[in-house]
Design a protein around this ligand. Sequence first.
Ligand SMILES: NC(=O)c1ccc[n+]([C@@H]2O[C@H](COP(=O)([O-])OP(=O)(O)OC[C@H]3O[C@@H](n4cnc5c(N)ncnc54)[C@H](OP(=O)(O)O)[C@@H]3O)[C@@H](O)[C@H]2O)c1
Length: 277
Amino acid sequence: MTILVTGATGNIGRNVVQGLVEKGEGPRVRALTRNPQAARLPEGVDVVQGDLLRPDTLTPALQGVATMFLFPLAYRVPTPELLDDYASSAGAVAAAERAGVRRLVVMSAEGELLEAVQRSTMEWTIVNPGEFMLNKIDYWGHSIRTEGAARSAYPDSPGCPIHEADIADVITAVLLGDGHAKAVYELTGPELLTPAEQVRAIGQGIGRELRFQALNPEEGRAELVAQWGEMAADHYIEYQKEWATAPPTVLPTVEEITGHPARTLRAWAADHAASFR
Ligand SMILES: NC(=O)c1ccc[n+]([C@@H]2O[C@H](COP(=O)([O-])OP(=O)(O)OC[C@H]3O[C@@H](n4cnc5c(N)ncnc54)[C@H](OP(=O)(O)O)[C@@H]3O)[C@@H](O)[C@H]2O)c1
């Protein structure tokens, strides 16, 4: 059996490829990338070129594929015709169905991608992770590296971020296991932590005492915009405002599907200590 992993060079997909390869005599793993020369994927993985935004380029990658992980492209791409075009992997769903793919696992499907998945006759499963722990590198990495400090304008807004390896473990289990057809799995990390508690957990993981500082909303937005730009900053601020009054719920899904508890923020920080030094 051949399993196609798209987004295979990214944070989630790279872990999915690794998880499948570790199955030893298991499925043949094919990985999609726009740039095979730069892919750096494990030995034995069949690396194939293709562009999810151009479904006609996916034919070689989809040949003989029974099961596929579809990475969600969901970002704005400037095109000459429309400067604010919203690109998605929706076209790849129809291409997969035409090519005979029978099982499709999709992460974070929304909008036209969600509609395409739900319309398809494949055995589909949607995996919806909440906030990634990886965001902490974008948001706090610089100030932790340079000042041993991390700041937030929403000190009363807790979150339950998730390790990318747990998202990948769930996706791998669903790719390989039965009984997940038409399921929509919401995933979170294992703990609900305030920003100050998150900073403490990161400090414990990297072996360094860190300071937490509360900011006012204007200062907080300016810091986020400097890291992420206005659109992503405002998107994150909306979540933080919401979580201050309606915190997200810690869900048992990772353990239910993988059989192991979700990894803690402290363990994640230890895995990524180099990004905070
Ligand atoms: N950050 C969060 O808290 C959070 C929470 C929930 C969901 N999400 C979702 O997670 C996704 C982003 O994850 P990430 O930042 O971790 O991704 P990432 O690691 O940057 O990976 C991006 C992957 O997409 C591939 N890719 C990009 N454009 C492509 C194209 N046109 N055709 C084929 N492959 C393409 C890249 O492959 P090549 O460059 O090798 O082609 C790469 O493997 C978004 O959809 C976001 O909505 C994020």
